[in-house]
Design a protein around this ligand. Structure first.
Ligand code: FOL
Length: 226
């Protein structure tokens, strides 16, 4: 059932878990980091092989384009995405808002609006049945703070793709989960496990990005809980 669909949280945060400032990201445009976010949230996993070479070859060609990943975000995160980039392309966008969608100006009809994560997934399931949306690949929770917190309270949230930004930018919004507190059950996976999860190579060394005035390094991580 869609209610039990695994959820992956994807977030970039400073050493003090800062994620936002004045309705935007706290750091300058980090091209390689944003490109990673876009690639990973778009990439649909190929379904597990069944053993038949012939059927696996069929799946690779024919299931391509039949599934789409989902991105779930709060209303303020939606508004923080540059208009030319929203809805996030090649992904089914779900916006969480207590307001009616009529109150959210200029929201394209393909964007689903719901009052909470589970209701949003149920609305999507209905739209898939109606033939109005592609079936669901992976589902990512992309923020902000209150949506991250709501996702952490759901038992199907077992993976966090964290980008650790190695610089203390001033922030007014935080990721309120202490991944270092072992009592919460979050475990840092190895680089190899991260690579298997995102299906791409991940650098052993921190990456560098930013601009001439503001250089910053960052690293990609995977946390999981049992
Ligand atoms: N997770 C990570 N790792 N990095 C982030 O920057 C991030 N940002 C959000 C949530 N999780 C994240 C929320 N904020 C776009 C802008 C802001 C945003 C999320 C996405 C955005 O415009 N994305 C475009 C790429 C634009 C570009 O290539 O410059 C996209 O297609 O995903």
């Amino acid at each position: 059932s869609i209610k039990q669909l695994p959820l992956t949280l994807i977030v970039a945060a400073t050493p003090k878990n800062g994620i936002g400032k004045n309705g935007a990201l706290p750091w300058p445009m980090l091209k390689k980091e944003m490109a990673y976010f876009a690639r990973v949230t778009k990439r649909v996993p190929i379904p597990a092989n069944t053993g038949s070479v012939q059927s696996d070859a069929w799946k690779q060609t024919n299931l391509e384009g039949t599934r789409r990943n989902v991105v779930i975000m709060g209303r303020k995160t939606w508004e923080s995405i540059p208009p030319k980039f929203r809805p996030l392309k090649d992904r089914t966008n779900i916006v969480i808002s207590t307001q009616d969608r009529a109150m959210l100006d200029g929201l394209p009809e393909e964007v689903l609006v719901a009052s909470d994560i589970i209701s949003g997934l149920e609305a999507l399931e209905q739209r898939v049945r109606d033939g109005g949306a592609l079936s669901v690949g992976r589902a990512f929770v992309i923020g902000g703070s209150s949506i991250y917190r709501a996702a952490m309270d759901l038992p199907q949230t077992k993976s966090i793709l964290m980008t650790r930004i190695n610089k203390d930018y001033e922030c007014d919004t935080f990721f309120s989960v202490d991944l270092e507190d072992s009592r919460a059950g979050w475990q840092l996976r190895t680089r190899e496990e991260l690579q298997d999860y995102v299906d791409e190579e991940v650098s052993e060394e921190p990456l560098m990005d930013g601009n001439d005035a503001d250089q910053v390094s960052f690293q990609f991580q995977l946390y999981q809980r049992p």
